[in-house]
Design a protein around this ligand. Sequence first.
Ligand SMILES: Nc1ncnc2c1ncn2[C@@H]1O[C@H](COP(=O)(O)OP(=O)(O)OP(=O)(O)O)[C@@H](O)[C@H]1O
Ligand SMILES: O=P(O)(O)OC[C@H]1O[C@H](OP(=O)(O)OP(=O)(O)O)[C@H](O)[C@@H]1O
Length: 212
Amino acid sequence: MNESLTIAMPKGRIFEEAAELMKAAGYDLLENMEETRKLILQFPDQNIQIMMAKPMDVVTYVEHGAADIGIAGKDVLLEQDRDVYEVLDLGISPCYLAVAGLPDTQMGKIAPKIATKYPQIASDYFREQGEQIEIISLNGSIELAPLIGLADRIVDIVSTGRTLKENGLVEYEKIVDVTSRLIVNPVSYRLKSARIDEMVRSLSRVIEENAV
Ligand SMILES: Nc1ncnc2c1ncn2[C@@H]1O[C@H](COP(=O)(O)OP(=O)(O)OP(=O)(O)O)[C@@H](O)[C@H]1O
Ligand SMILES: O=P(O)(O)OC[C@H]1O[C@H](OP(=O)(O)OP(=O)(O)O)[C@H](O)[C@@H]1O
């Protein structure tokens, strides 16, 4: 029943909310997390090992079985389309993906340039819209691109809307809502189903309680 579990946790924004949720579900994994630079943390009393990963890499660790379980944003899952089971919407780190640009962006331009950290999501979205575009891949500060004339529009995460506002940009279309998800390696799910199901049930209970 108490098989060992390796969990890939995303460093950064999602981490604290994810760790709080785990704690409320009975998995106390927060201890020492803030101070340490260690990337692998052992919790022998719970038979759990935590890997601290970049949010975009969590899916890779889980797909290859380096971790049994992981937590990743829906944005990352849509962008990467990997062979992992998405078993639970944790409801944390909510935000959405949107198309944005300068308020006077010229629409109807042939093959406009779209700057983004999400080339797959952006290509899929504009293909569905029947609009031909050119993708400019960037790794961050996406909002710079339309300001300096590198791109006509951007596809990026919006949370509070502050970054768009402070840079004089406007949102054109919302693409998809994003929250963090619990993902599972398909083989681990078969071999460690009792333990994984137990974790999913405990987390679901906390999510339901938080919702009321
Ligand atoms: N305002 C936001 N901006 C970006 N990601 C957000 C935001 N709000 C929630 N998220 C979620 O957090 C995840 C990104 O977390 P974070 O910003 O720590 O990672 P990152 O983009 O890889 O960071 P880094 O800036 O270190 O490259 C996204 O995948 C998304 O699901
Ligand atoms: O709507 P807001 O609350 O302003 O949040 C959205 C901003 O936050 C993210 O950037 P991040 O801080 O991760 O920096 P980055 O540009 O380096 O990705 C995202 O790419 C937006 O720029």
